[in-house]
Design a protein around this ligand. Structure first.
Ligand code: 16G
Length: 263
């Protein structure tokens, strides 16, 4: 159900000013992003028409059109033929980087239902990169598992997890959570090293994640170890940039705890 009238009531002309060095359409795009981020416009809410937005905000329709184009390109808005412009904001997750958790645990702790769409799974000989990352002997076999991870059926991340077959001999054993399977087998993930890089999604990945080509994402590589330091998984993932905030706690060098970030 649209609630655009009540949300539109909160439009504030004073939020935009031609005295600022930022072009008006970018100010408007930033303003609308803020309204969506603050929850004034929720997922699938309809935006007022271009004409109405222009009147309420005291800007031209060209400015409105350009601002909407920005947000459409970012994937934050969607246009439906004949129906109007809608907010496209699925689940939004604030993820701590300091604790080792699984995707399923992360989602259920937020009241979201975790899902997986299998893209590929096979037992194969580890590639040279995987052999190195997992500390394997040349020719060792791995279970390679590629999944689209979803929260409440919304695509969140693409994940390629590679696990030595001595820990997961048969990838079809993984029905829901990979970490549940590992725990059941007595190989509990204990520690991980993660590397994050900002990227733009290529066409195929963008389509799988339901965002426009070139949308921002985080490419994350994780190498997870057992308590004794044995590598248990090597994962390469693409996380939707518009669905995640990664939060890390920083402590004063020397160890005293000074600040809690993000909650
Ligand atoms: C997280 C991990 C991934 C792990 C998966 C297991 C990151 C970047 N990745 O997505 O390494 O394989 O959880 O989730 O955090 P599952 O137990 O729900 O299959």
């Amino acid at each position: 159900m649209s609630n655009h009238l009540s949300a539109a009531d909160s439009f504030d002309k004073a939020a935009l000013s031609s005295d600022l060095p930022l072009p008006l359409y970018l100010q408007l795009a930033r303003y609308l992003r803020g309204l969506i981020a603050s929850g004034k416009f929720g997922h699938q809410d309809a935006l007022p028409s271009e004409r109405e937005l222009a009147e309420r905000l005291g800007v031209s329709r060209v400015t409105v059109r350009k601002a909407l184009r920005e947000l459409l390109d970012e994937g934050l808005l969607q246009q439906r033929q004949g129906a109007g412009t809608f907010v496209n904001r699925g689940p939004y997750v604030e993820q701590r980087l300091s604790t080792l958790t699984s995707f399923s645990d992360d989602m259920s702790s937020r009241g979201l239902s975790a899902g997986s769409l299998w893209l590929h799974r096979q037992v194969t000989i580890a590639s040279p990169e995987e052999t190195l990352a997992l500390g394997l002997s040349p020719g060792a076999t791995v279970s390679r598992m590629q999944r689209l991870r979803t929260a409440n059926d919304t695509p969140m991340a693409l994940e390629l997890a590679v696990v030595p077959t001595r820990f997961v001999p048969d990838p079809s054993e993984v029905k829901g959570s990979l970490y549940d399977v590992l725990r059941r087998r007595g190989c509990t993930p204990f520690r991980a090293l993660q590397r994050l890089t900002a990227i733009k999604l290529q066409a195929e990945q963008a389509e799988q994640l339901g965002v426009p080509e070139g949308a921002p994402a985080l490419y994350i590589e994780r190498r997870t170890m057992l308590e004794d330091g044995t590598p248990v998984e090597f994962v390469r993932s693409h996380y939707r940039g518009d669905a995640y905030d990664f939060v890390v706690e920083l402590n004063l060098a020397g160890g005293s705890r000074v600040q809690e970030v993000g909650s």
